[in-house]
Ligand binder design. Sequence first.
Ligand code: IPE
Ligand code: IPE
Ligand code: MG
Length: 255
Amino acid sequence: MDQQAIDKTSLPKHIAIIMDGNGRWAKERGQDRIYGHHEGVLSVREIVNVAGEIGIKYLTLYAFSTENWNRPKEEVAALMELLVATIRKEADELNKNNVRLHVIGDFAALPEVCQKEMNEAMGITANNTGLNLILALSYSAKWEILNAVKQISQNVQIGKLQPTDITDEIFHQYLSTHAFPDPELMIRTSGENRISNFLLYQLAYSELYFTATHWPDFRKKQFLQAILDYQQRERRFGMISEQIQTPQSENAKNQ
Ligand code: IPE
Ligand code: IPE
Ligand code: MG
């Protein structure tokens, strides 16, 4: 599988990935879970590079969920250390590749050193115009939606917003992904067929791709395969097949 198989004219603008299976991958090799997380970073690097190369504009990676705080404290500490070390090591490379880094999630819940490293990397890459790499850290979609609801309620209370003004577009502005389009494609590795509190609002019409491959084995070939699979699907958005195949202007005429 190489890049030629991909139709560059119908790429998803935004791909979101639940990077799952590091622990099981390590266990299968008689190693501890942390080893799997380290190997997972190699996949992150490769997928970020390929995504940038083929022209994906937004890549959201679910790196740490709110629920992941409940893991054994040694694993949480190791994950935070790995995050800091990886960003420290990769920030210049990301910058060189014109990647702009963003973080979504409960930023204040992250250890200070982690916040500092992230802020620096986001600062360095702030003017880049290539791939937008969005890391979901201490992220939970329910948390995000509830936050949006709280802010909207406050704005209604002070008269800044009328309840009748709350459209899908306005609601979007209150989400942490307000600057990004919704993902057309969501990939989850490692065989679990669930969303695990990831982008619940934004995934409303995403194509879902589940693969048994563990994250450390998910590389360029597997990523291109997922995009190819996406490109072979028909996205109907509630309409019927014939409408999708007819140009939009024709649809309007027929209504
Ligand atoms: C994904 O791999 C990484 C994080 C959630 C941080 P897991 O650590 O969930 O690996 P499994 O699912 O236990 O194999
Ligand atoms: C989801 O994976 C979170 C991340 C990949 C960061 P988990 O492994 O934490 O999810 P569950 O426990 O299988 O739902
Ligand atoms: Mg998991």
